[in-house]
Design a protein around this ligand. Structure first.
Ligand SMILES: *Cc1c(COP(=O)(O)O)cnc(C)c1O
Length: 386
């Protein structure tokens, strides 16, 4: 683990494992709740910290440890922790560091459930959040003094806005503020925020890391002191552990992550560029179409959004699609469509559209692994019918 200049490429790292027992190329799934000790002394040694043998799968499990090691190498971080969901990773990262009276600085237009966690539960425990425009460095600098955490999501996942991760990490460090980036959109293949000085990276592993829409999981990677402290005083007590079965699914997903990202990138760029030229579309939100000088992105994923000219046509457009299915989430094999108004406007959230940066005309697409020309035909016929 740790930062290493001599490391192999991500492509090799993700398919090449240490030999597992019996020469297996995939690690065994340790489907066990507890691990027994050979002797009284072995047990005493474990609890005194003299040994690191696994004790109980809520706290540690060897299959999960293989995943954590891979994630550390991939993000070039010192330590990692795995959770039963992305939001489990986010809530642990936040609740593990704040106390009543603390203040968080968060960029606007973050993942809706992150927003609800901050506005709802955190506020109930006396932790307030200032939401700032993530593109306004001066506003972030002004908000930082006295804050506990600065929380970024770059690019975010409704309007794909990027933040100046390097500058914000530097300013946060100077103010003693813990910096966190949700890196789910880019995946570790296309962005490594820890190398830019960020303290903690969050992944919803339900997305690209799983890559097959068959599991919900989350990972944190970052500085050893922060992860160690979380494992000491937070994660065992919130209990949102990842199972060995699901760790194994994530390890399977990681082996093809670079290949899948390349395909998502290529297909989504073809479609985004054609949409930008289309007479029914007024705007396309894709980082490649609005490049920023401070971008850390080495590539793009399959998720972007666009504005349809007339909001009345949104339902008919969505219903006319057959390869793009209506559904939440993204990052798997299959293409998806998500109309902002229908999906974000949960009961009682009248300001939702403003808070997430969307309009009733915003439609989000996830471009999966299907043939891009067939996906484009699907969209073209839906425009013709809408
Ligand atoms: C899906 C998602 C999450 C939450 O992850 P879950 O695994 O669904 O809990 C967090 N951040 C982003 C950007 C997401 O897309």
């Amino acid at each position: 683990m740790g930062i290493d200049d001599t490391r192999v490429s991500d492509n090799t790292l993700l398919v090449h494992d240490e030999r597992h027992s019996e020469g297996a190329v995939a690690p065994p799934i340790y489907q066990t709740s507890l691990f027994t000790f050979e002797s009284y002394q072995a047990m005493v040694d474990r609890f005194s910290g003299a040994s690191t043998a696994p004790v109980y799968s809520r706290v540690d499990n060897p299959t999960v440890s293989v995943l954590l090691d891979k994630m550390c190498q991939l993000e070039q971080g010192e330590a990692a922790a795995a959770f039963s969901s992305g939001i489990g990773a986010i809530s642990n990262a936040i609740l593990g560091q704040v106390k009543s009276g603390d203040r968080i600085v968060c960029v606007e237009h973050v993942y809706p459930d992150t927003y609800r966690l901050l506005k709802g539960m955190c506020a109930r425990f006396g932790v307030t959040t200032d939401f700032v425009d993530g593109r306004d460095l001066a506003a972030i600098e002004k908000a930082l003094p006295g804050a506990r955490i600065v929380y970024l999501e770059s690019p975010n996942t409704w309007v794909m806005q990027e933040q100046d991760i390097t500058s914000i990490a530097k300013m946060a460090k100077a103010e003693g503020v813990t910096s966190i980036v949700d890196n789910s959109w880019a995946s570790p293949i296309y962005q490594k925020p820890l190398l830019a000085g960020i303290d903690l990276v969050v992944h919803s592993a339900s997305k690209y890391i799983s890559g097959h829409s068959d599991t919900v999981a989350g990972v944190l990677v970052g500085s050893k002191p922060i992860i160690d402290k979380l494992k000491l005083d937070t994660t065992p007590y919130l209990g949102a552990k990842l199972s060995a079965q699901e760790a194994s699914l994530l390890l399977r997903g990681l082996r093809t992550l670079p290949l899948r990202m390349q395909r998502h990138q290529e297909s989504a760029l073809i479609i985004a560029k054609r949409l930008a030229e289309h007479s029914s579309v007024t705007r396309v939100h894709h980082p490649a179409l609005a490049p920023v000088s401070y971008s850390l992105l080495k590539g793009y994923g399959g998720l972007f959004s666009f504005e349809l000219g007339d909001e009345k046509n949104v339902p008919r457009f969505c219903d006319s699609l057959s390869l793009f299915r209506l559904g939440v989430s993204w990052g798997g094999h299959e293409s998806l469509v998500m109309p902002a108004e229908a999906s974000i406007n949960q009961s009682g959230e009248h300001r939702a559209a403003v808070d997430f940066g969307v309009s009733p005309r915003t439609i989000r697409l996830f471009v999966g692994l299907e043939d891009p020309e067939e996906l484009w035909s699907d969209l073209s016929q839906a425009f013709a019918g809408a």
